[in-house]
Design a binder for this molecule. Structure first.
Ligand SMILES: *Cc1c(COP(=O)(O)O)cnc(C)c1O
Length: 430
């Protein structure tokens, strides 16, 4: 596969943008090789600057539930373009968007639109702090909530009382208010609560973790969080930026049967445009400015183009509830194909999947939390990734990401991918 144009573009990009990219994982640093510059997406396929075709399982990191550039989103965008792209004043589109979200996700009584998942989680935690009058919050090791300062904290040995900054630029003061617990481990949460009585505003969690590979939250864990939050007057925030509208109309909270106080969204709700949202209980949401005193604003929030793509997406979801059956079938077909390949090769790598969120971990041990996930052999994943890419399959360029099928992945796509998986695993473990 020739990628001369990608190579040239990357050389130019490196002079102009840190790492040649606008978001780090795109740079292929953890898998080796050079990033592929894409020029077109259609259905399940991506086409690079040199004209090579790939079956895409990233889907722009989640948004493309219906594949690239579906007609109903394109039509909605063209219609919106006719009327102008931004007014900085309320529109009917925003009302429709809010109605759709509140309709599809029962726990959402009021919602605020923002421009990214990062904005949604930052604002939701600020709201929880304003509402409770407390400063600290709990997050889980390996969960990703965007790049807001207070989320870029990893557990250190002193995690029980003080977080340790992961990224330079995050202040110690910021880190001190972020407490880190272990995913799928309710005792680790209880310990933090006991050591910080009456000081914790929120617990924020990916109910299905998708940013340390895919790890579903257990029933015991999530209902345990609900119970603790009720007892302690803590706001429970589900970060469904990835799982929202991907695993079910009502997101992970519908599938797993635990209801949060606030939920954050992004990715799918923008139909590929920059959109995020947070919402939940009316009593809490009413504290948001201008109804309440917790400030939150955005020049382009609720932008007509973004709302049009979002509405088209959510209406399509609402009118076609059977897509989640299709997604389950396709994702399970892929999983079974990978499983039989591994069986034939005498391998038993861990695979986690819930609906159309799945991950092949390069470890044979079960993966239920961050400590398990990092047992994966990332060098082997890198090699696997490069072999898949060479066979026209575009996977996430890092082990700790999700694989997404869309509704438009065909049986032929899936069979090709399963064959590529077999060949790639043979080379990696050969
Ligand atoms: C992607 C993601 C975010 C961040 O969203 P951006 O739009 O990239 O800012 C937050 N939380 C989760 C769970 C995500 O997957």
């Amino acid at each position: 596969m020739e990628r001369n144009k990608s190579k040239q573009l990357f050389e130019r990009a490196l002079q102009l943008m840190p790492g040649g990219v606008n978001s780090p994982v795109r740079a292929f640093k953890s898998v080796g090789g050079e990033p592929v510059f894409m020029s077109r997406g259609a259905g399940s396929k991506l086409y690079d600057a040199d004209g090579n075709e790939y079956i895409d399982y990233i889907g722009s990191w989640g948004p493309h539930l219906f594949g690239h550039n579906p007609d109903f989103i394109k039509t909605a965008l063209l219609r919106a373009l006719e009327n102008g792209v931004s007014f900085g004043a309320p529109t009917e589109l925003e009302v429709k968007m809010a109605e759709l979200i509140c309709d599809l996700v029962p726990s959402i009584e009021m919602v605020r639109m923002v421009n990214s998942g990062t904005e949604a989680t930052m604002s939701a935690v600020r709201l929880a702090r304003g509402y409770t009058g407390r400063d600290k919050f709990i997050k889980f090791e390996g969960c990703y909530h965007g790049h807001g300062d207070s989320f870029l904290i990893k557990a250190g040995s002193g995690a029980l009382t003080f977080g340790v900054p992961t990224s330079p630029g995050v202040t110690a003061a910021n880190a001190a208010d972020t407490l880190i617990a272990d995913y799928n481990n309710i005792e680790s949460v209880q310990k933090l609560i006991d050591a910080n009585k009456g000081e914790i505003a929120a617990i924020i969690v990916e109910p299905i973790a998708g940013n340390m590979g895919v790890i579903p939250g257990t029933d015991e864990f999530l209902s345990g969080l609900r119970e603790i939050c009720d007892q302690e007057g803590i706001v429970l925030i589900f970060d469904e930026v990835m799982s929202g509208f991907r695993v079910a109309q009502g997101g992970a909270q519908e599938v797993l049967g635990v209801t949060p106080d606030l939920t954050t969204f992004g990715k799918i709700i923008g139909g590929g445009l920059p959109v995020g949202a947070f919402g939940g209980k009316r009593e809490i949401m009413q504290r948001i400015s201008p109804e309440g005193d917790v400030y939150q604003a955005g020049t382009l929030s609720g932008n007509p183009l973004a709302m049009s793509a979002g509405i088209a997406t959510l209406e399509h979801i609402k009118n076609n509830p059977d897509i989640y059956i299709q997604l389950e079938q396709k994702a399970s077909y892929l999983e079974k194909g990978f499983e039989s390949n591994m069986k034939a090769l005498g391998l038993s790598l861990s695979m986690n999947r819930i609906g159309a969120m799945q991950c092949l971990f390069f470890t044979e041990e079960p993966v239920n939390n961050f400590a398990d996930a990092i047992k994966s052999d990332c060098d082997k994943y890198g090699k696997y990734f490069r072999e898949m890419l060479a066979r026209g399959v575009y996977l996430a360029p890092a082990q700790f990401e999700a694989l997404f099928v869309s509704t438009v992945h065909s049986k032929e796509d899936l069979d090709k991918t399963i064959a590529a998986n077999r060949a790639a695993l043979e080379i990696v473990y050969g």
